[in-house]
Design a protein around this ligand. Structure first.
Ligand code: FES
Ligand SMILES: [Fe+2]
Length: 370
C-alpha cells in the first residue's frame, strides 16, 4: 500500500453533516463528515489525548468532538476546545491529521499523504464523464476479500477472460496476443496500459451482433496510480463500454471497489440496471478468482511466480509500484504489524511538512532509495 495518492473514502450520500462516518483505509481508520456548507472533511481517527475513536464522536461546529472526554477538533484537525481546561487555549500539538478532499463522480476522495499540492499525483480524470453521447450509470460500490493489487492486476490481465468469463463470448485472447503482441503505453506520469485488437475468429454470435470482429474491435486496460483501473471495450468506434474502478484498500485482505460504468450506445436510462446486473455477474466471476489466490498479497519477487509474455502489463504495473516505493511512499507492513495494538500512528497529512510537532508518529514507510 502506498501513501500520496487519492483514495475513495465513501459514496457522496454516505457522508453527512449529521453524524461522522468511520472508514477503514490503508489499514488505518479515518473519520469523514461534512461541514455546515457540505464540504467533506476527512481526519485521522485517533484522538491524540488518550486514543479515543473520533469516528464514534459527534459533529460540533463544523468539527468533531471526541466521544471520550469531549475534546473538539476543527476541519484542519486542530484541537479548539478541551473541556477540562476550558479557560485555556489547547496546545498547538493537540491536533490530528486532516486530509485534502475532493468530490467527484458521486464519490468523496481524500489525498492520503503529505505531498504539497503542486507535487500531488492527480485523481484520474474521466474525460467521458458528462461528455455528450455518453451515459453514466449510477456509481456504486462492492467489497471483496482480496488485496487491491490483485484486483488491479486482474483487470490488466487479458489472458484470464476466456477462462473466467466464458459466457461473455470473448474471442480467443491467446490467438490475438500471438498475432498482435501487447504494446504497453504510458498513459500518464502515474500509469500505463494497452489496447488490444481482436480478430473475428472466435467471437461469439452475441459479440458479433454488437459489432465485434469487423476489424475494429479492441479492448484494453490501464492503471492510474496504484488503485485506479480503467477498462475500455470498443466493439466498434460507436459502441464502447468504459469502466473505472476506484479501489480503496481497506486492509491487506479487503478492498472496497467504487465502480463507474459508462457507455456511448444503448443510451436509454432503462438499460442501466440490466447493464449493472451483467457487470456484477462478470465482477463476481473475477472476485471468486482473486479471493482464492495464494498468496493473498502480490508476491514481492517475480521469482516466486512464472510469468509469460501475456503478463507484461502486470509487470509494467509493478514497475510503477517499485518506483513509488523508491520515493518512500510504500507502507512498511512488517513494522506496522509489529507495533499493532501497542502504538498508534497516522497517515501523514500535508500539514506535517510545515510543522514538526505531532503527538502520533507517521505510519511506518519503506525508506526512499538513495
Ligand atoms: S481520548 Fe479523546 S478526548 Fe480524551
Ligand atoms: Fe475479469
Amino acid at each position: 500500500m502506498y501513501i500520496n495518492f487519492w483514495y475513495p473514502i465513501a459514496l457522496s450520500d454516505e457522508i453527512s453533516n449529521e453524524a461522522p462516518l468511520q472508514v477503514e483505509l490503508l489499514n488505518q481508520k479515518v473519520v469523514a463528515f461534512r461541514d455546515s456548507e457540505g464540504t467533506p472533511i476527512v481526519l485521522a481517527n485517533v484522538c491524540v489525548h488518550r486514543g479515543g475513536s473520533l469516528g464514534l464522536g459527534k459533529i460540533k461546529q463544523d468539527g468533531i468532538e471526541c466521544p471520550y472526554h469531549g475534546w473538539q477538533f476543527n476541519a484542519a484537525g486542530q484541537c479548539t476546545f478541551i473541556p477540562t481546561q476550558a479557560d485555556k487555549n489547547p496546545p498547538k500539538r493537540a491536533k490530528v491529521d486532516s486530509y485534502p478532499t475532493q468530490e467527484k463522480y458521486g464519490i468523496v476522495f481524500a489525498f492520503m499523504g503529505d505531498l504539497p499540492e503542486s507535487e500531488r499525483p492527480p485523481l484520474y480524470n474521466i474525460e467521458e464523464f458528462g461528455a455528450e453521447g455518453w451515459r453514466v450509470n449510477r456509481t456504486f460500490s462492492f467489497e471483496v476479500n482480496a488485496y487491491y493489487e490483485r484486483s488491479i492486476e486482474n483487470g490488466m490481465d487479458m489472458a484470464h477472460n476466456e477462462f473466467v468469463h466464458p459466457n461473455q463470448g470473448a474471442p480467443s485472447v491467446g490467438e490475438s496476443i500471438r498475432i498482435h503482441p501487447i504494446q504497453i503505453e504510458e498513459t500518464s506520469d502515474y500509469g500505463c496500459g494497452f489496447i488490444q485488437p481482436f480478430d473475428a475468429e472466435g467471437a461469439s454470435e452475441a459479440t458479433k451482433l454488437m459489432g465485434a470482429g469487423e476489424g475494429h474491435t479492441r479492448a484494453g486496460s490501464s492503471h492510474h496510480g496504484p488503485n485506479t483501473l480503467i477498462t475500455r471495450i470498443k466493439f466498434s468506434e460507436t459502441r464502447q463500454f468504459l469502466q473505472v474502478f476506484f479501489e480503496a484498500p481497506v486492509s491487506y485482505n479487503k478492498t472496497r471497489i467504487f465502480f463507474i460504468n459508462m457507455r456511448d450506445w444503448m443510451l436509454e436510462p432503462d438499460k442501466d440496471e440490466n447493464l449493472i446486473k451483467i457487470n456484477m455477474q462478470i465482477a463476481h466471476e473475477d472476485v471468486n478468482i482473486i479471493e482464492s489466490l495464494d498468496p493473498v498479497e502480490t508476491p514481492d519477487s517475480t521469482t516466486l511466480e512464472l510469468l509469460t509474455e501475456a503478463d507484461k502489463p502486470i509487470l509494467a504495473y509493478r514497475s510503477y509500484l517499485t518506483d513509488w516505493e523508491s520515493r518512500g511512499w510504500r507502507i512498511d507492513r512488517a513494522k506496522l504489524e509489529a507495533q499493532k495494538g501497542k502504538a498508534a500512528c497516522a497517515i501523514p497529512s500535508p500539514a506535517r511538512r510545515k510543522s514538526k510537532s505531532w503527538v502520533l508518529p507517521p505510519i511506518p514507510l519503506h525508506s526512499a532509495a538513495k
